[in-house]
Design a protein around this ligand. Structure first.
Ligand code: HEC
Ligand code: HEC
Length: 224
């Protein structure tokens, strides 16, 4: 229904519309009302992503630097189809709104078969310099926060970078950095699982999880 309306008119929302309205009318159907993401649609949680990162990604999708190949990257292509219907003003407004949404801590806390201490080692050696020790991201490097994203989504993105299905388009300089990291320093699927398993431990615990942890405290992971 929503897509039908969009296909009739590529820019149904006039410029100057509040970002909250763009979010509610266009984004919530796939990313959820709180921006929490939906596993069944393979949409990431985007709630609380910094404005600068949402902007770069929406512009990348819009300009054909991400999601340009529907066969190799069907999810990216779906998102690109949406981004292409947005004006620059709508992209700016919705990015401001997304940043204000409270972070949604992923409900899945671990990756099956991940060796978390190994993942921690890889993270310290190869990821922390750009994504920071707590995976909160660093605007100066264009590296987004990795906390707040679901584990399956992070794994999926690492696979895409490694297989050149993301970050390999002409002019995507930031994506190219991640292609370099993934191809040179993430050996295989197991290493991806390990590092994502570790990243998930950096998420702040939800109020509920904190109460449960007080009873069933997991062994603490060594932190430098
Ligand atoms: C038809 C479904 C759909 C709609 C509508 C949609 N998205 Fe997406 N979006 C996706 C999918 C699927 C992905 C994951 C792409 C991938 O796996 O690379 C995505 C990815 C993203 C990303 C990248 C996140 C990251 O961490 O890199 C951002 C940002 C985003 N969407 C923002 C939005 C905004 C803002 C709107 C509303 C204007 C919106 N999306 C509407 C399906 C959708
Ligand atoms: C040289 C800096 C740098 C290093 C080192 C680095 N990254 Fe990144 N990473 C980036 C940048 C820049 C982006 C954003 C790419 C874009 O704009 O599309 C990114 C994006 C990502 C994403 C996609 C997040 C999303 O929301 O879609 C993941 C996952 C990721 N990095 C994981 C890692 C892991 C794991 C490591 C260590 C093995 C690592 N990165 C090392 C710079 C870096």
């Amino acid at each position: 229904m929503l897509l039908f309306v969009l296909s009739l008119n590529p820019s149904p929302l006039v410029a100057g519309v509040p970002g909250a309205l763009v979010f509610e009318k266009v984004c919530a159907a796939c990313h959820g009302m709180s921006g929490e993401g939906k596993a069944e649609l393979k949409t990431p949680s985007i709630a609380n992503e910094p404005r600068w990162y949402v902007m770069t990604q929406l512009l990348n999708f819009h300009d054909g630097k991400r999601g340009q190949d529907a066969v190799k990257d069907p999810q990216g292509a779906m998102m690109a189809g949406i981004a292409k219907t947005l004006t620059r003003a709508q992209i700016e407004a919705v990015a401001t709104h997304v940043e204000k949404l409270p972070m949604v801590v992923p409900s899945e806390k671990e990756i099956a078969g991940a060796d978390v201490p190994q993942g921690q080692e890889l993270f310290y050696e190869r990821c922390m310099e750009c994504h920071r020790y707590n995976a909160s991201g660093e605007m100066a490097f264009g590296s987004p926060p990795l906390v707040g994203r679901q584990g399956w989504y992070l794994l999926e993105q690492l696979r895409k970078f490694k297989n050149l299905h993301r970050g390999a388009a002409k002019g995507d300089e930031r994506g190219a950095k991640m292609v370099q990291m993934a191809t040179q320093f993430i050996a295989d699927e197991q290493a991806m699982k390990n590092v994502v398993g570790y990243i998930l431990t950096l998420n702040p615990a939800s109020a509920k999880a904190e109460a449960a942890e007080a009873i069933f405290a997991p062994p603490p992971v060594l932190k430098r």
